[in-house]
Write a new protein. Structure first.
Ligand SMILES: [Zn+2]
Lengths: 280, 360
């Protein structure tokens, strides 16, 4: 096994550059309004003018979902390696380190136990800021352990997805994470566990084609891009313009693929409600 | 037996093979003419190699010359195919004459009883399903099919299945489980179809459900990547007890071109070559990673040179696996299948306490 990522957290943290100061104001990419950043953040990173849902990291997501102070991180001892010695324009080892320094995270997933409006659950979120939330071995293993723990502990399972898909730099091993996580969900299903899959912008590729689409209940945030193939690939294949709103949450709801569209402000109460109906 | 028709599709790196084949063809034509008492002037139609050398060989020496050319040909072919680059392997895997699922069914199986349709939307010709007999075993065969004629290729979307294809596969597999029939799947797809209808009908969901359900089907499942193993579209019928790749197949999370376009920003000969290498997509690579359990050898020069011999080798492997899995209980099968995929992945694991201490 290569030792490329054998850095400890302390080293990664020390190397983390001080964050670039963010402006007090930002322009909403959806409505174009200048909005006060603090106000947007206090509004769960949703534009107060047009309800545009900004993309958020896993730490912020988990903080939003869990009752204050109840999130207990788990499986934090897994770190990525470079099993294939993958190199494109940049080596995977270098890319991993750069992403770790940039985000202060080891990989693209956060998982743990939490309470949601007083209801215990396993809560897991992918992180788009780390290599586009792509699923390699660490993401796959963390999700699998989360599912297995939920199975053993008899807890409801909530996974928030946002991902570009399976991680190319781990090639076949990334692909196998799709089978691994889905097989773990089969056992969770056999044990009559409740899995609520929350799809956020964007969720595509191998993540959609595995655990994300296997929720007993599948919820999406408004206007999230959700699909198997990316829009560009589809456009190149069929050589025609894609219809307006194609692959957005509203389109998936109409197509019968998801159960509900839930605004971020309502997510906690909706999750609690479904746990009450279906949970043990 | 080697195919030596001039219409035979030619890969660049096979040029030395083609040259030798043409020399043999020409020498044989001359020998035939000489024994018939006629004289051949010039070269046979379709032959473009430099054949002066052959013309200089006296008729009496031709048989010996042909023998040595044939020896050289098999040696050259073997060497070339033993040292294929990953990108050339992808080309071989896509060779238009490479046997496909329907060819293998014809070669390996008796009494194929095709079963159509997903009972929901339609019948996707990109995935073929049906009962068949292989040796003494009754099985359900499931396989991607790319199509041979232009018309068939278009109908099959070149082996890119739609959701209805994956749902058809699952419906038939669940029926096979009900009757205790083992399942043999043949994987050969560049990927699941990326299109409007496919997305609208839940391509991702169809594949995901197959992954979950195949993991708990209580009947033996054997999968072989016979050509292209393109990503989720391949895996969608490849969650199995035993997985193999044919020697010149590829299996990866993305095609080399797709990978090159994203990571190298452009797909061309050079970046495709680099991506194919980086992706570790060959049978040998996947065997090393534990993603497949075995590699099924192909005849010298690839399955396209001798489909019948390729089918014999494939059949022998499948039959041996069916024998091994026969009599294993359904519960044991799915427990072992779970472990097979559970252990796949590469990561470092430190003690949880150490991490917790560090975080403080
Ligand atoms: Zn706005």
């Amino acid at each position: 096994m290569t030792q490329v990522a054998a850095r400890t957290w302390t080293e990664v943290r020390a190397a983390k550059k001080s964050p670039i100061p963010e402006g007090l104001w930002l322009r909403c990419p959806s409505c174009g309004q200048m909005i006060y950043r603090k106000q947007m953040e206090a509004n769960l990173h949703v534009c107060p003018e047009c309800q545009h849902h900004f993309r958020i990291g896993a730490a912020e997501r988990v903080k939003q979902l869990a009752d204050t102070g109840t999130f207990q991180p788990m499986f934090t001892n897994l770190a990525p390696t470079d099993p294939l010695h993958f190199k494109d324009l940049k080596s995977y080892a270098d890319r991993l380190l750069a992403e770790q320094v940039k985000t202060g995270q080891v990989d693209a997933v956060v998982s743990g136990q939490a309470f949601i409006k007083g209801r215990p659950a396993m809560v897991c979120s992918l992180d788009l800021t780390f290599m586009m939330g792509s699923m390699g071995s660490v993401v796959g293993e963390t999700i699998t352990r989360t599912i297995e723990h939920a199975t053993q502990a008899g807890l409801p399972l909530i996974i928030v997805s946002c991902s570009g898909g399976a991680r190319m730099q781990e090639s076949g091993l990334s692909l196998m994470q799709m089978a691994k996580t889905s097989a773990a969900l089969a056992r969770f299903d056999d044990a009559k566990g409740l899995f609520i899959s929350v799809l956020t912008d964007p969720t595509t590729g191998g993540v959609t084609a595995s655990f994300s689409m296997l929720g007993d209940v599948i919820i999406a945030e408004p206007k999230a891009l959700i699909g198997f193939a990316g829009p560009r690939v589809i456009q190149q294949t069929i050589r025609q313009e894609l219809p307006e709103g194609f692959q957005r949450s509203e389109f998936l709801l109409q197509s019968g693929i998801i159960d509900r569209i839930v605004k971020r402000q309502d997510l906690r109460s909706e999750l609690a409600r479904i746990i009450d109906y279906a949970g043990k | 037996m080697l195919l030596t028709m001039s219409s035979f599709y030619q890969l660049d790196f096979e040029r030395p093979i083609r040259d030798l084949e043409q020399q043999i063809e020409a020498a044989e034509a001359r020998l035939k003419a000489a024994s018939a008492g006629t004289e051949i002037v010039g070269v046979p139609p379709g032959v473009v190699a430099n054949l002066d050398e052959i013309d200089a060989v006296p008729a009496a020496d031709l048989p010996g010359h042909i023998e040595s050319l044939k020896a050289k040909l098999s040696e050259t072919t073997r060497k070339l195919y033993d040292n294929l680059s990953p990108w050339d392997t992808v080309r071989v895997a896509r060779h238009p004459q490479r046997p496909q699922t329907r060819d293998y069914i014809q070669f390996m199986c008796k009494d194929f009883c095709e079963l159509h349709g997903d009972r929901r939307f339609g019948d996707d010709p990109a995935i073929v399903t049906g009962f068949a007999r292989i040796d003494s075993f009754k099985v359900l065969v499931v396989g991607h099919h790319k199509g041979r004629t232009t018309q068939e290729k278009i109908a099959c979307h070149f082996g890119c299945a739609h959701p209805e294809g994956y749902r058809k596969a699952l419906a038939k597999m669940q029926m096979a489980e009900k009757f205790g029939v083992p399942i043999v799947t043949l994987v050969d797809t560049p990927g699941a179809y990326p299109g409007l209808g496919a997305e609208q009908r839940g391509q991702a969901e169809a594949i995901a459900v197959n992954l979950r359900e195949m993991s708990r089907l209580k009947t033996p499942i054997i999968s072989v990547v016979i050509g292209e193993g393109g990503s989720g579209g391949a895996l969608g019928i490849a969650v199995a007890d035993r997985v193999a790749m044919m020697q010149n197949a590829w299996y990866s999370v993305i095609s080399p071109e797709g990978c090159a376009a994203i990571l190298w920003k452009t797909a061309n000969e050079q970046t495709n070559t680099a991506a194919a290498r980086a992706l570790k997509l060959t049978a040998r690579d996947n065997l090393g990673l534990g993603i497949v359990d075995d590699v099924v050898q192909e005849p010298v020069g690839g399955a396209h040179r001798n489909p019948a011999a390729a089918a014999d080798l494939l059949k022998a492997w499948i039959v041996s696996q069916l024998g091994t899995l026969k009599g294993v209980s359904g519960d044991d099968l799915i427990a072992r299948r779970y472990e097979r995929f559970r252990k796949l992945g590469a990561f470092q694991e430190t003690l949880e306490e150490a991490v917790a201490a560090e975080a403080r």
